[in-house]
Design a protein. Structure first.
Length: 554
């Protein structure tokens, strides 16, 4: 009897245990359903506090809304200053200003509500403390976003106003973060907080890890450890920590000097790219035809104004307008160049001084023509979005996109011109005329046509250079005057008629200018470069890479 009773009890107990998962699920569901009205009530009261409460009540309301990620859009609308109190219905709305008043919509669902006059709504006001709380709350919600860009922005926002709560939040998030850049940012922030730790070992470990990071925040934090207060006492009492911080600073500053050198070389190369673009067309006309073209700068100016006109035609498509400006500027400048050669220069071959005077007169004519058409005022050419800003590699090294693209553009133009001269019939004829004009004429090459096409090619490249210049300076009638002297210096220094010499000379002079500028200033740096070129030409009159051929050597 006892055995039967025990067996039945065991069976009943086993049934209860089997039903435990279902019972637990039902229990959780009941708890969730019971909590839903409370949660809704909390959200509803938070919105009411946000609408009508005091600043302290609004702060509490923001924290309450920040517990639910569904309220992120609402909080962002509040941060943007577009959350209003719709007085007639007593609720919060998103208000977009229009000509007559405001267009209202629901801040959560986005549903369009009504269009009202300005006095029908009142803006939800915030003070500086509330703005700080709002930024931190939004950052906490964005920390779990699927977009790594938003997560990184959230980490940076928390770094600007970090506290113990943010530190705990970031430590918890670090384990689940998959993006390497975000993990690095979080680690840096936590290590900077560890420097404030009362534990010496933790401070030392933090400094040892931070010395490998390229960050201005790290430099500032380490610098603070080795500074003294007003009484002459070190802010960091422990000498071991101070010595380690000083050694870490030395290591970081060595890298800063290397980054500064890289940045100088980059800006030198970008300046050199501008010089190469402005001189490469002159190298062709001067080297092949022996013409000193003082209107070369004005042909660059025409290319820059072509870019301006294209942007006026296509104001909503700046990037497309800039790309289309390249062939258009080449065409405009080439046609003007051919007209100058056919109309003036072909009567002055063999008389370089007279070509100088004649082309100087042409430059004045072109300047005045531009003043009459576009006015004497400078024109601003807009930079497309993809060329704006800079590539921020770290806190100590950033490269501007417009200079970077101009450098790439210069190399592409140089490569294209090299291919034209080496692989086309025109290029073969140009090289033949450049090496020995008389022999080329005797072999049946139409030197007059080659001269016109060569001058047009060089002028077209000058127009393309103007497109690049329009992205780094204002477009005006005197644009070309700033580059004509530099162009001749590059051509003479590199070797008259030698394209490779023009490339090397342009980049060399650009880097030399940027290296000298911090010590001598921009004007004196140019003077020193000019003096160097004068002395160099005394030793090597034909430049770095002299032109080869019987005519050149005679």
């Amino acid at each position: 009897m006892m055995t039967t009773t025990s067996t039945q009890a065991g069976i009943r107990a086993g049934g209860v245990f089997k039903r435990l998962p279902k019972l637990a699920g039902c229990l959780l569901a009941m708890i969730f359903l019971a909590a839903q009205p409370a949660l809704a009530q909390d959200a509803g009261s938070a919105l009411e506090q946000l609408r009508t409460g005091s600043m302290a009540e609004r702060e509490q309301a923001i924290e309450t809304l920040g517990s639910d990620s569904n309220n992120l859009k609402l909080l962002q609308t509040l941060q943007d200053g577009k959350l209003f109190d719709f007085k007639a219905e007593g609720k919060l709305v998103f208000a977009q200003e229009n000509a007559t008043g405001y267009q209202l919509s629901d801040p959560l669902s986005g549903a369009v509500l009504a269009e009202v006059e300005r006095g029908a709504v009142g803006k939800i006001s915030l003070n500086n403390k509330l703005r700080g709380v709002l930024r931190k709350t939004i950052a906490q919600l964005q920390l779990n976003d699927t977009d790594p860009v938003l997560r990184l922005i959230a980490v940076q926002a928390l770094a600007n106003d970090i506290d113990d709560k943010a530190v705990i939040l970031l430590r918890d998030h670090l384990a689940s973060e998959t993006d390497a850049e975000i993990k690095t940012a979080i680690n840096k922030m936590l290590l900077l907080q560890d420097i404030n730790s009362p534990e010496k070992d933790q401070r030392i470990a933090a400094i040892a890890a931070l010395k490998d990071l390229d960050s201005q925040d790290v430099v500032n934090k380490l610098q603070a450890l080795i500074e003294k207060d007003g009484d002459g006492n070190f802010l960091e009492a422990d000498s071991d920590v101070r010595n380690l911080a000083e050694a870490a600073l030395i290591k970081i500053r060595d890298r800063m000097q290397a980054y500064a050198a890289l940045e100088t070389v980059f800006f030198g190369l970008s300046l050199g790219a501008v010089l190469v673009l402005s001189a490469i067309g002159l190298a062709i006309t001067f080297g092949v035809m022996g013409v000193i073209n003082m209107a070369h700068g004005e042909l660059m100016m025409l290319g820059a104004y072509t870019t301006y006109v294209m942007q006026q035609i296509m104001p909503n498509y700046l990037g497309t307008a800039l790309i289309l400006s390249i062939p258009m500027a080449f065409l405009v400048a080439a046609l003007v160049g051919i007209a100058i050669e056919r109309g003036i220069i072909r009567f002055l071959y063999g008389r370089p001084l007279e070509t100088l005077l004649a082309t100087f007169g042409v430059s004045l004519f072109l300047q005045q023509a531009v003043r009459s058409i576009f006015s004497p005022l400078n024109r601003s050419v807009s930079t497309p979005e993809w060329m704006s800003g800079s590539w921020q590699i770290n806190d100590f090294l950033s490269l501007t996109w417009n200079r970077f693209y101009i450098l790439i553009f210069c190399l592409l133009v140089f490569t294209a011109l090299l291919q034209i001269l080496k692989r086309t019939k025109l290029g073969l004829e140009v090289r033949a005329v450049a090496q020995n004009r008389g022999m080329a004429r005797a072999m049946g090459i139409p030197t007059a046509r080659v001269d016109a096409m060569t001058f047009g090619l060089g002028s077209g490249i000058a127009g393309v250079a103007g497109v690049a210049l329009s992205q780094i300076t204002n477009v005006g009638p005197n644009l070309g005057q700033a580059y004509i002297v530099d162009s001749f210096m590059v051509v003479v220094f590199g070797g008259v008629g030698n394209l490779f010499g023009t490339l090397v000379a342009g980049f060399s002079l650009g880097i030399a200018n940027k290296v000298l500028e911090p010590y001598a200033g921009a004007v004196l740096a140019k003077i020193l470069v000019l003096v160097f070129i004068i002395l160099f030409i005394q030793k090597k009159p034909r430049g770095l890479f002299p032109q080869k051929g019987r005519a050149a050597e005679s």
